[in-house]
Design a protein around this ligand. Structure first.
Ligand code: FAD
Length: 284
């Protein structure tokens, strides 16, 4: 078996196992997760136990050494049964990508083990109330004071906002430089001066926890800055490029799940004396 065949075989087995978990354990909980409008802690524990939290880490960090394809496979299979649960996982990986792209060895050692050993969950914090599509207009500041930064600002629409342990936060370390002044820093839950806003009341993805992150003179160790000052925008763009396929895979999983559900219904429901699936218009 050459390397490519080996990867394909590993991914085939990964899909088989993710499908099994999704269609047995996740599917059973999906409707209740949506109804309850609450983050599914049991799904979090399940994904951690399955190794999905460290899927892309090298094996020496307890990972699966997976590629973006591996993440897409798991996102698609989980989303087939529950989109909110799949989004928890995708957002976790979006939060870890800056570290994977530009993290120093000591930063990887520390944060990877927080994830693979402790089950720490990630949240990606780029958007602000006045900086959505125009993300580089962000205003959250980080001012260096010796061996720490003082961070002030407000992030919004943070997926995993409440339950996360590690927040990947985009800040400006020099507002006069525009995009070139943007940096990215890891902030851990419990940091003095960080507060979580109330969960958004959403129409869909109701089991996904979406909140604001408020930073008021938050004291963050300088060693948590990823890739050096001014590298944040480049890292953000690389992260979004890397993570887009998994967002697409999540949407594909939702669509496949909906199609299969509708197909099954159409073979059971009878109207005008025949199954819906037997009407020509339904077969198009
Ligand atoms: C459920 C949910 C989860 C999210 N999770 C996260 C997260 O984990 N982390 C994070 O950082 N962010 C997150 N976001 C934020 C998301 O990335 C932003 O919503 C997105 O960037 C768009 O910003 P906005 O909502 O402010 O819309 P706006 O930027 O205000 O855009 C409004 C509309 O105008 C259109 N528009 C804007 N600019 C242009 C243009 N130049 N040309 C044409 N049309 C334009 C947009 O397409 C959109 O239709 C989340 C959002 C949601 C809804």
């Amino acid at each position: 078996m050459d390397n490519r065949e080996l990867i394909e075989e590993r991914n085939r087995l990964l899909r088989e196992s993710a499908r099994q978990i999704s269609r047995t354990k996740v599917a059973k909980r999906a409707a209740e997760i949506d109804r309850a409008n609450a983050f599914p802690s049991d799904m979090r524990e399940l994904f951690f136990q399955q190794g999905y939290f460290s899927l892309l880490f090298p094996e020496e960090y307890g990972g699966f050494d997976g590629s973006i394809s591996a993440l897409c496979i798991v996102a698609e299979e989980i989303a087939y049964s529950c989109a909110s649960s799949a989004l928890m996982l995708v957002a976790h990986w979006v939060a870890l990508m800056p570290l994977m792209i530009a993290g120093a060895q000591e930063q990887k050692d520390y944060f990877y083990s927080r994830v693979s050993r402790d089950g720490a969950l990630g949240a990606f914090c780029l958007t602000e109330p006045e900086a959505g599509s125009d993300a580089s207009a962000l205003k959250t500041t980080a001012v260096r004071k010796g061996d720490y930064y003082v961070v002030n600002g407000r992030k919004t629409f943070v997926t995993n906002g409440g339950p996360a342990d590690i927040y990947t936060v985009f800040v400006t370390t020099d507002p006069s430089l525009g995009k070139k002044g943007i940096s990215v820093i890891m902030i851990e839950k419990g940091t003095k001066g960080m507060y979580i806003g109330k969960p958004e009341e959403k129409l869909g993805m109701r089991g996904s926890d979406t909140t604001d992150l408020i930073l008021e003179d938050a004291i963050v160790p300088a060693e948590n800055l990823i890739g050096g000052e001014g590298k944040g925008w480049e890292i953000a763009m690389m992260t979004l490029n890397l993570s887009r396929p998994s967002v697409g895979a999540l949407a594909l999983g939702i669509a496949q799940g909906a199609l299969d559900y509708a197909l099954e219904y159409s073979t059971q429901r009878v109207q005008f004396g025949q199954k819906l699936a037997d009407f020509q218009g339904v077969q198009f």
